[in-house]
Design a protein around this ligand. Structure first.
Ligand code: FAD
Length: 523
C-alpha cells in the first residue's frame, strides 16, 4: 500500500479524494468512494480502528434509549442499517437477545413502568425492530430467572425480551477497509495527515508522514473523518478556502466498559440494567460463548461523561469502574469488585452539539451525524454511530460528488463486505510451525501470521487489541500471549531484537497504565 501511495505521489495527476481517519466512518467513506469509481486514498495515523471504532459497546442496534428521547428518525435509520449490515456482513453481525428486567417498586409490581416499557418496545419493533425477524415479548418472573438466574429474585417483577445485534467493531472496520481496497482504494495505516495545502482558494495537496518520511500527494478533495480529532484536522488546513467550512462544535463524551468473568453474572442474554442514583442504564453483555452453553466473559458499559482530558487513550478511572459495578451489584445477587475486572476499554464519542446541547448530560446529546462541505474541496463528517456508518458514508459521498462533479449511484447496501480468506488461513495453518499458540484457543499462530501478511498489523498491540480482542476481554491472557506473538511478528516483519523488546515494553506499559488508572483514579 505504501509503495502504491508513493507511486501515486510521484504521478502528476491528482487523486480524486483523500479520506483522513481509518475508523469506521473513514473506512465506510473510502469504500463508497471506491465503489463509485473514484480514485481514493484512506490514511490513518495509527492502526485502523485504533480510535473510537474499537472502543464501542459493539452493538449494531437502533438504540431503544434514543426512542425514549424522541429521536424516532435516528432509530428508524439505525434499524434499517442493522438489517443491511446483517446481509452484507453475514456471520459477523449476530442477533443478540436483550432482557429488560422490571424491578418491583416498594415491593409491588410497577404497572406504570411495565406499561411504558411495553409501549416503547412496540414502538421499537414498529420503527424497524421487526426486521430482525422476531418481536419483543413479555416474560414472567420465572422466565427472567431462567435467563439470568443471579438477578435479585426478591426485586424481579418480570421483564421483556427484545432483539438487537452485535459485531466486533474493530473487525467490522477492518473488513470495510479491506473491501474498499478490494474495490480499488488505497488504505494506509500509520500514515498521518500533517497538512492540507490550499492554492487559489481550493484544496490542492495533502502532506503525509509515514515513520518520519514525508509524502506530498495532490488531491481534488479531502474528507475529514477523524472523529474526535476532526477539529485538529481542520486546523491543518493551510490557506484560505474560497468557501470556508462552518466551525465545528464537538463535545467529546467518554465511555468506559469493563470485562469480568461470566461466572459472576451467569446471564444467558444481554441485559439493560439501571444505574442506582442515576437516570441512565448500562448494558451487561455475555461474550465468548463456550461449547457447553455458558460464556467465558461478560462486559458492562457504558459510562457517558463529558471529557476534557487528552483525546489520545482516555483512561478508565476507578470512579468509572465503581459506577459500572454498582449497577450490576444492585441488580444481581453478586458482589463484583474491581479486583474481578479482567479487561477495560475507554473511548470518546465524537458528539456534535447544537446550541441547545451545550449544557446538560452528554447522554442526552444526539447521536446523529453531520456532514459539512466546502465546494473548495473539503468535506467533514462527524458524529453518528458504528451502526449507521454506511448511510453516513452515502451522505458524505453525495456531498463529495458535488465537488468532483461526477454522479454515480451508491451501491454499498448491496456489496458484501470482505471477510478473512479461509483458503489463505488454511494454507498458513498448514505451514505454521505450531499451528496453535499454547496459551489461548482464540489466538493461533496462523491468526498472527494472517494479521501481519493480510491485515496490515504492524505492531504487537494491533494483533492483541484489534485483530483479536484478547486484550479487551482478558488482559492477563493477552499479556501471557504477548511474548510468543512478538516472536512470530519478529519472524514475519524482520524485527531486530531491540524492536521486539520495544514492542513488548510498549504493550506492557499500556497494560500497566490501564491497571494504575483503574486502581488509583489517575486520569
Ligand atoms: C463508549 C462508546 C460506546 C459506543 N457504542 C456504540 C454501539 O454500541 N453501537 C454503535 O453503533 N455505536 C456506538 N458508539 C459510537 C461509535 O463507536 C462511533 O460513532 C464510531 O466508532 C466513530 O467512528 P469514527 O470513524 O468517526 O471515529 P474514530 O474511530 O475515532 O476514527 C477516527 C480516526 O481518525 C484518525 N486520525 C485522527 N487524526 C488523524 C490524522 N491527522 N491523520 C490520519 N488519521 C487521523 C484517528 O487515529 C482515528 O482512528 C459508541 C461510542 C462510544 C465512545
Amino acid at each position: 500500500m505504501l509503495e502504491q501511495l508513493r507511486a501515486k505521489a510521484d504521478c502528476p495527476e491528482a487523486v480524486d479524494l483523500v479520506v483522513v481517519g481509518g475508523g469506521i466512518t473513514g473506512a465506510g467513506v473510502a469504500l463508497d468512494a471506491a465503489l463509485r469509481g473514484f480514485d481514493v486514498v484512506l490514511v490513518e495515523r495509527g492502526d485502523f480502528a485504533s480510535g473510537t471504532s474499537s472502543k464501542s459497546s459493539k452493538l449494531v442496534h437502533g438504540g431503544l434509549r434514543y426512542l425514549q428521547q424522541g429521536d424516532v428518525a435516528l432509530v428508524r435509520e439505525a434499524l434499517r442499517e442493522r438489517s443491511i449490515l446483517q446481509r452484507i456482513a453475514q456471520g459477523r453481525v449476530e442477533v443478540l437477545p436483550f432482557l429488560l428486567p422490571i424491578f418491583t417498586k416498594d415491593g409491588l409490581f410497577p404497572r406504570r413502568i411495565a406499561r411504558a416499557l411495553g409501549s416503547a418496545l412496540w414502538a421499537y419493533d414498529t420503527a424497524g425492530g421487526w426486521r430482525i425477524g422476531r418481536l419483543h415479548r413479555r416474560l414472567r418472573k420465572s422466565g427472567v430467572a431462567k435467563m439470568a438466574p443471579l438477578l435479585n429474585s426478591d426485586r424481579i417483577a418480570g421483564g421483556y425480551l427484545y432483539y438487537d445485534a452485535r459485531a466486533d467493531d474493530a473487525r467490522l472496520t477492518l473488513d470495510v477497509a479491506a473491501t474498499a481496497v478490494r474495490e480499488g482504494a488505497l488504505a494506509v495505516n500509520y500514515c498521518s495527515l500533517t497538512g492540507v495545502t490550499v492554492e487559489s482558494g481550493a484544496v490542492n495537496t495533502v502532506e503525509l508522514d509515514v515513520d518520519g518520511s514525508h509524502i506530498s500527494l495532490q488531491t481534488r478533495c479531502v474528507v475529514n473523518a477523524a472523529g474526535v480529532w476532526a477539529e485538529r484536522v481542520d486546523d491543518l488546513v493551510n490557506g484560505e478556502l474560497a468557501e470556508p467550512l462552518p466551525a465545528l462544535t464537538a463535545r467529546p463524551a467518554r465511555g468506559v466498559h469493563v470485562t469480568i468473568p461470566w461466572e459472576l453474572v451467569q446471564t444467558q442474554v444481554a441485559m439493560v440494567l439501571p444505574v442506582p442514583g442515576d437516570k441512565r442504564s448500562v448494558f451487561l453483555v455475555p461474550d465468548k460463548p463456550q461449547p457447553d452453553g455458558t460464556f467465558d466473559v461478560a462486559y458492562i458499559g457504558t459510562t457517558d461523561t463529558d471529557h476534557s482530558g487528552t483525546l489520545d487513550d482516555p483512561a478508565c478511572t476507578s470512579d468509572d469502574v465503581e459506577y459500572l459495578l454498582r449497577s450490576v451489584n444492585a441488580a444481581m445477587e453478586s458482589s463484583v469488585t474491581r479486583d474481578h475486572v479482567i479487561g477495560v476499554w475507554s473511548g470518546l464519542r465524537p458528539l456534535v452539539t447544537s446550541d441547545d446541547d451545550s449544557d446538560g448530560r452528554t447522554a442526552d446529546v444526539s447521536r446523529r451525524h453531520r456532514v459539512d462541505m466546502s465546494s473548495s474541496g473539503y468535506v467533514r463528517v462527524v458524529g453518528g454511530k458504528l451502526t449507521t456508518y454506511r448511510s453516513m458514508a452515502e451522505d458524505t459521498l453525495n456531498h463529495v460528488e458535488r465537488i468532483l462533479e461526477k454522479r454515480q449511484p451508491c451501491s454499498t447496501r448491496k456489496t458484501p463486505l470482505a471477510d478473512r480468506n479461509p483458503q489463505l488461513l488454511d494454507s498458513i495453518r498448514s505451514n505454521a510451525s505450531s499451528g496453535v499458540l499454547p496459551l489461548h484457543s482464540t489466538l493461533t499462530e496462523a491468526d498472527v501470521v494472517y494479521a501481519v501478511r493480510h491485515e496490515a498489523a504492524i505492531h504487537l498491540v494491533d494483533v492483541l487489541t484489534r485483530r483479536s480482542r484478547l486484550h479487551l476481554l482478558h488482559r492477563d491472557l493477552a499479556m501471557e500471549c504477548a511474548e510468543p506473538v512478538s516472536f512470530i511478528m519478529q519472524r514475519e516483519l524482520g524485527w531486530s531484537e531491540s524492536t521486539r523488546q520495544q514492542e513488548l515494553q510498549s504493550y506492557t506499559d499500556l497494560c500497566h497504565s490501564e491497571i494504575d488508572a483503574m486502581r488509583e483514579g489517575i486520569q
